[in-house]
Design a protein around this ligand. Structure first.
Ligand SMILES: [Zn+2]
Ligand SMILES: [Zn+2]
Length: 237
């Protein structure tokens, strides 16, 4: 990635931390340490044709997608969740916003072809509730989407849909509870949505309930093709 002059000065004043080990990145000026680059585990074939989850044996769909109809068309993720969960935790809760550059770079490299084939009109980050954004300072999905949009030259639309209800932390809920938790959680902010194809961007994909809840509203607003990309994906339910 080419750096601006100001970017280089900023790196000198505040050395960039490695998203994997959280120490000053080495060699200087990289997004990730040379040794750390190989640590996160990439999702590779065979993976579910719908959600992109890693499969242990050759099959078309994972158990989840065989049993449940998702409201989006298809999606892909870069890393197995556990191999990068500590990094994502610091990115979300410890102010390591700078990790977003590395995440976007990984997604552009691994999912660039999938994204191009979707032919999206826009990337749409999963919105977080205003109160959460105020306490955290940024929306992690928006940081990733902005980086990805810059690298792939795709517009980012972060004003299309917003989160209107505060939801309970998803990790404590079952799949059915998650879906209930998300009912009416999102609202389209525009009367006239002129987008045919969009890609939703998130940091983690688990059950897909969030992507489904957004897809439900987006389809009602007239969006025809809805995909998702995420940095990491869990191994299943
Ligand atoms: Zn490192
Ligand atoms: Zn699946």
């Amino acid at each position: 990635m080419r750096k601006t002059f100001l970017g280089v000065v900023a790196d000198l004043l505040f050395p960039r931390r490695c998203p994997i080990c959280d120490r000053a990145v080495s060699p200087f000026g990289s997004l990730v340490c040379e040794d750390c680059r190989r640590k996160p585990v990439y999702i590779k074939a065979p993976y579910c044709m719908k959600c992109g989850k890693q499969l242990s044996e050759e099959a078309e769909y994972c158990a989840d997608c065989t049993n449940r109809r998702h409201l989006y068309d298809a999606g892909r993720a870069v890393f197995a969740y556990r191999s990068i969960s500590d990094s994502i935790y610091r990115f979300k809760y410890k102010g390591r916003r700078e990790y977003g550059d590395y995440y976007a770079q990984c997604m552009a490299e691994s999912l660039g072809r999938f994204i191009a084939e979707c032919r999206p009109d826009a990337l749409v980050p999963v919105p977080i509730h205003r109160s959460k954004k105020n306490s955290r300072g940024y929306n992690q999905a928006q940081v990733i989407a902005a980086g990805l949009g810059r690298l792939l030259q795709i517009p980012v639309d972060d004003r299309l849909i917003r989160r209107v209800r505060r939801t309970k932390p998803m990790k404590d809920l079952s799949a059915a509870e998650r879906q209930n938790n998300l009912k009416k959680a999102f609202k389209i902010c525009r009367n006239d949505v002129k987008l045919n194809t969009i890609i939703i961007v998130d940091d983690i994909y688990t059950t897909g309930s969030t992507i489904d809840a957004m897809s439900y509203e987006l389809r009602r607003a007239g969006v025809k093709h809805i995909y998702y990309v995420a940095l990491a994906i869990g191994r299943g339910l």
